[in-house]
Design a protein around this ligand. Structure first.
Ligand code: ATP
Ligand code: MG
Length: 872
């Protein structure tokens, strides 16, 4: 067996199947496209599902790939078995109704024993116990020792998910032990001990299971195989586990360097190091494929992996941020095969850094709380409410809590956790407020005739003739709607655009025989029908011919904003990076709103850059065009689309010059020049990882400009200067104010020095103690303390008691020289009694104390009691 690098094995596999007539496909991204049933790609066949189900025609009947996979289901095995990772690469070859068992079994054997030259005495095959055909092919068409073919049951060797295509499979295993494997029991025991490793699964999709549970034979059965690249490298490189193969070894090494832990000495330390190395791979690839940390779906998978890896750093005694140092090693290992990892390097580092910091901030407080919860727990069941609190307030993934308490032999009350989660969702929904699609007063809308399909004329026209088919009042269909009443109408064809894709509905007028009605809004009903919401202004509205007039200037303003939104979307990608995607939008008459995924606030610079790009595109006065094409065609032209949105087979692609291409059903200006000036008015975060931009165009920009101009003029008038001199004037005014403040300070200081002189003229002698007391003006507490100290300095031995009124309150300060303190005088005690008279309190050290009070008119009385305190 020749030692090959992981990358050589990958290449040999693809070359081998290329020589057998396969088309080689690139790995699909980890985020599935057009597949809501799957969170992340977990097998080579996952992105090819549409070819298996016949929804799409494959580019070739034989394809092979090396597919990036994430399996979070294996997370608890990572580091504990020799063969499981959360991120791994799956080599696979696929036949869509082309070759079958007769070809794939001998090919697989040929590849493993002749290309990779794996020792035949180490290999075993399994087949489904009823699959005689596969057994015979192994026996007759390969030279495997027939005693090494074992028959297993459904759970191991039959692949099915619910109803649909399914079938038996055959797996190839490598045995690293030295026992004799004679029986199926021996085989299973070796597998349980992780000595017998499955590395290649050949799935024969030959049935279609129906609802009744019958397995119907498929006319054109398929082949779907999957071989773990890391597992194969483990075998070829003769190492003990996937963590020691060439591309993983350096990641583990980096983890030891960073954390100071040693690999291969202690089992639990190894598990932590392996988890860190494995999860770091997943993080890099997930973020590289556009996933951002969040509390839901894929984002949650990412968050959970990151937090788990970060925590294992702590388990190893490492306190600082470290994940990016590990991810650097991931890039060294995988950069050649996956260049986008390198292209998106800075972005990946940034996201990890932000999320890891966030976790560290909450981890310590969360950990304390978790430990106290554990202390408070009697028995083995950890409260679901507490687990939820940790999740909700401290960002502890449930699984992390579970993992930590499992170390104490406890488990979470999952039912209670789920209940809390559900309650929270309900609360959130209630807070958002749920109303019917037409507002709260739309009870009659259920009676709308849903059989009508209204033709939309509004892409090219804003007024047209048509027929009012049905008129509705709130309570249902009516013959006539009287002047002053509101209702809804459904028509045969209309230029009115019904609210969709963020663009608001049109307003305007319907004029018919003897009546006029204002169209207040236009919406879509549940099945996509256009509904005009009207208020009759003259006569009685009824079914029949009418003319429909959209309010042109409103529509134009909306269109300016809509087209600007498209240009903005692209400009954001240019300035911030390709990870930017639309998360929502609202296109109104007076402004546009655009929500997008980005991990931090935009800088002023970035905002300017985006504005500049948009305005340049506007000034190019490029044609705005639409084209109807198939979804595939649209994708191949690089049109931007929200893939989780539903589009039909035929899509409408809107392009602005050469700059932007995007799927869109809305209405737009004909030429980008019509947009006028584009100006961003705000940029802010609305949720974790989601930013919102608001902007204006056309006459609204002009109005904004005028408004700002007016403010400037107002400011200039107040400062009695011209607009152009405003900055200079403000600067000089601020300098003047500062100088004036300084002067006031100086004056105050001189004044207070005057106080010192003045007060020292009246030194009293009370029982042989020198006392200076009195009221001063216009000083704050700090100034008062300062004065007290100065006077005591001059006295050398004595007591000083000062009071001052400041900003409506009274302050006192008392200081006593050291010699008198030794004799038992106490400033703190003294001030307490003094302040009490002025309605305050306070205290302090024996030599100095300060206090406040409320009654300014008691100031003198309070100060004066010091004499009695000294004689008492
Ligand atoms: P196991 O029982 O060992 O978890 P599996 O039956 O889940 O394997 P399949 O679903 O048949 O595996 O996947 C096809 C191949 O992908 C496997 O033969 C194996 O080589 C590889 N593979 C599966 N899961 C992992 C994993 N978590 N890490 C690395 N390789 C894997
Ligand atoms: Mg598995």
């Amino acid at each position: 067996m020749e030692k090959l690098t992981t990358s050589e094995i990958r290449q040999k596999y693809l070359d081998f199947f290329k020589s057998k007539g396969h088309l080689i496909l690139d790995s699909a991204p980890l985020v599935p496209k057009d597949d809501k049933s799957l969170l992340l790609i977990n097998a080579g066949m996952a992105p090819l599902k549409p070819y298996f189900t016949g929804v799409k025609v494959p580019p070739s009947k034989r394809v092979a790939s090396c597919q990036k996979c994430i399996r979070t289901g294996d997370i608890d095995n990572v580091g504990r078995t020799k063969r499981h990772a959360t991120f791994f690469e799956m080599l696979g070859n696929f036949s869509f109704g082309d070759y079958f068992k007769n070809e794939i079994i001998p090919w697989a054997w040929e590849f493993v024993t002749e290309v990779l030259k794996i020792d035949k005495s180490k290999l075993y095959a399994t087949v489904y116990f009823e699959d005689e055909e596969a057994f015979e092919i192994w026996k007759n068409k390969t030279d495997i020792n027939p005693e090494r073919i074992f028959r297993l049951g459904k759970e191991d060797n039959f692949w099915e998910i619910g109803v649909g295509p399914c079938g038996p499979c055959s797996e190839i295993h490598y045995y690293r032990g030295n026992e004799e494997i004679k029986t199926v029991e021996d085989f299973i025991a070796a597998a349980d001990q992780d000595e017998m490793t499955e590395f290649w699964n050949l799935v024969f999709t030959q049935f279609d299971k129906d609802e009744a549970g019958n397995y119907n034979k498929l006319a054109h059965p398929n082949i779907d195989t999957g071989m773990g690249l890391e597992r194969m490298a483990t075998i070829i490189q003769g190492v003990d586990s996937i963590f020691e193969i060439d591309i993983l070894k350096n990641i583990i090494k980096r983890a030891t360097e960073v954390t100071g832990a040693k690999y291969g000495v202690d089992k639990e330390t190894d598990v932590s190091l392996r988890i860190i190395a494995d999860h770091a791979k997943s993080l890099a690839f997930l973020i590289g494929d556009g996933v951002l940390p969040s509390n839901e779906g894929r984002g949650y998978v990412l968050r959970r992996l990151l937090r788990r890896a970060a925590r294992h750093g702590r388990v190893l005694g490492y306190k600082g941020l470290f994940l990016n140092k590990i991810v650097e090693a991931v890039m060294d290992s995988y950069g050649d095969a996956y260049p986008t990892l390198i292209e998106r390097k800075d972005y990946i580092f940034k996201i990890i850094d932000m999320e890891e910091k966030k976790f560290h901030e909450t981890l310590d407080s969360g950990m304390d709380l978790l430990l106290s919860f554990i202390d408070d727990t009697e028995g083995k069941v950890f409260s679901g409410e507490n687990a939820f609190k940790l999740y909700d307030t401290y960002g502890f993934p449930l699984e992390l809590t579970e993992e930590i308490i499992a170390e104490k032999g406890m488990s979470v009350d999952l039912e209670a956790f789920k209940r809390e989660m559900l309650d929270q969702k309900t609360r959130a929904r209630a807070a958002r407020g749920e109303s019917s699609y037409m507002g709260s007063n739309a009870s009659g809308i259920d009676a709308l005739d849903e059989s009508v399909v209204t033709e939309f004329l509004g892409y090219s026209a804003t007024s047209s003739e048509g027929i009012v088919l049905h008129v509705y009042h709130d309570d249902g269909e009516v013959e006539e709607l009287n002047a002053g009443s509101k209702g809804y109408v459904v028509v045969d064809k209309t230029p009115f655009y019904a609210e969709m894709g963020g663009q608001v509905g049109d307003i305007g007028e319907i004029i018919g025989d003897g009546y006029k009605a204002k169209v207040l809004d236009t919406k879509k009903s549940k099945n996509g029908n256009v509904v005009h919401i009207v208020e009759v202004t003259e006569g009685n509205m009824k079914a029949g011919i009418a003319s429909f007039n959209v309010d042109n200037s409103t529509r134009k303003s909306i269109e300016r904003n809509h087209t600007a939104t498209h240009i903005l979307h692209k400009a954001l990608k240019v300035v911030l990076g390709s990870h930017v995607n639309q998360a929502g939008s609202l296109v109104l008459k007076d402004k546009l709103r655009f929500d997008f995924n980005h991990f931090e606030a935009m800088t002023a610079e970035e905002i300017l850059q985006v504005e500049e790009i948009v305005n340049e595109e506007v000034l190019k006065a490029s044609p705005v065009q639409t084209k109807i094409m198939s979804m595939n065609e649209a994708k191949s032209t690089g049109a931007m689309a929200l893939f989780d949105e539903k589009y039909g087979d035929e899509v409408r692609v809107l392009s602005v010059g050469e700059f932007s291409k995007e799927l869109c059903g809305g209405t737009h200006v004909k030429n980008s020049g019509e947009i006028g000036m584009f100006k961003i008015t705000s940029e802010a975060g609305i949720a974790s990882g989601v930013r919102r931009i608001e902007a204006v165009t056309g006459m609204n920009s002009y109005a904004l400009f005028n408004e700002r101009d007016r403010i400037l003029q107002g400011a200039a008038d107040l400062l009695k200067t011209g607009r152009n001199d405003l900055m200079t004037k403000i600067t000089s005014t601020l300098t003047e104010i500062k100088a004036a403040h300084k002067e006031i300070e100086e004056i105050r200081k001189t004044n207070s020095l005057g106080y010192v002189e003045e007060l020292l003229k009246n030194i009293e002698n009370v029982n042989g103690i020198s006392l200076v007391k009195g009221e001063v003006k216009d000083v704050d507490m700090a100034g008062l303390r300062d004065l007290t100290e100065k006077i005591l300095d001059k006295l050398q031995s004595g007591v000083v008691v000062l009071g001052a009124e400041h900003e409506g309150k009274v302050n006192f300060s008392v200081m006593i020289s050291k010699d008198l303190v030794k004799k038992g005088l106490h400033a703190g005690k003294m001030i307490k009694e003094i302040a009490a008279i002025a309605g305050g309190g306070g205290g302090g050290r024996p030599d100095m104390a300060q206090a406040g009070g409320k009654n300014a008119d008691k100031l003198n009385e309070a100060i004066n009691i010091v004499n009695s305190l000294l004689t008492a």
